[in-house]
Structure formats: structure tokens, C-alpha cells
Design a protein around this ligand. Sequence first.
Ligand SMILES: Cc1cc2nc3c(=O)[nH]c(=O)nc-3n(C[C@H](O)[C@H](O)[C@H](O)COP(=O)(O)O)c2cc1C
Length: 154
Amino acid sequence: MTCKILIVYHSQSGNTQKMAQKAVDGARAIEGVDAYLKRAAEATLQDLLSCHGLVIASPEYFGYMSGMIKDFFDRTYNDARGKKEIFKKPYAVLISAGNDGTGALNHIERICLGYQFKKIMAPVMAKGPVNREVLDQCETLGKTIAAGCKEGIY
Ligand SMILES: Cc1cc2nc3c(=O)[nH]c(=O)nc-3n(C[C@H](O)[C@H](O)[C@H](O)COP(=O)(O)O)c2cc1C
């Protein structure tokens, strides 16, 4: 069976998109894994139910996640809640911020608790321009969640 990793992201000026793309590249480097990138505005309940692992990538806007990431949660929560496909779904977070990022992260993690997803690793938090080091961390995060899901260790 192919293991599916979904990377849901929003990005206005491209920083979060670069991070999300690197996570996809990392996940795709693992044999037997199909990783796909979806803009939050286009991501559906079906995407969420059918993936084996989830990466949420958001900029911090006004001390919160981007409105489109919140919209994705708003649109899927009621129908996803309580479903066996959702329970303990492994997830990880990428945040791009100007100088902070903790507001976005804390609110995302709180919502993920509501879904009963399982946090499987520390987030990647980029402050300021997205540099090589951040992109390497995103790639590693993608590889890690993909390899773990494929091996069924979560
Ligand atoms: C409307 C708006 C609000 C922002 N609010 C914050 C904030 O509260 N904290 C912060 O650290 N950066 C803030 N920033 C900076 C962004 O988080 C940062 O530029 C990020 O890299 C944008 O990601 P993107 O290129 O994927 O859109 C804000 C930017 C915008 C456009």
C-alpha cells in the first residue's frame, strides 16, 4: 500500500510555500510514499481522511495562523471529528513568521488536539527570511514523517 502524506499550506509572499515544497521533496524521497501539496483553500475533508500523515504549513498573521488554514479546519472539523481515519493521525507543523510564530503554532496545536491528531515531532519555526538551514529542516521533517508513517511506527 502506498503511504500518503498531505502537506496543507497557505502562503501570500512565498515563504511558507518554499518550506512546504521542501517538506514534500523530503517525503517523496522515501520509497513507497506519495506526498502531495495542497493549498489550504483547495484542501478537502477527503484529502484529510485519506492521508496517513499530515503537515500543516502556515505563516503567522497577526499572532495567529493564516485565515485560510483556519478555514480549512473550520470546513473539515465537524465531519472529521470522531472518525477512525482521523484518530491519532500523525502530524507536524511548519511556521513562517517575521519575528515570532508562537501564536500561530499554539493555536494550530490546540485545534489539532481537538481533532485528536498525534504530534510526532517538533515544528520547524522560521523567523525572517527562509534560508538554507530552514529548508533543510523542512526536508528532514518531510522525510521523518514519511518514513515513520510508512513503517507504521506512530
Ligand atoms: C498581514 C500580516 C500579518 C503578519 N503578522 C505577523 C505576526 O503577527 N508575527 C510575525 O512574526 N510575523 C507576522 N507577519 C510576517 C509574516 O509572518 C512573514 O512575512 C511570513 O514569512 C509570511 O509568509 P508567506 O510568505 O508564506 O505569506 C505578518 C505578515 C502579514 C502580511
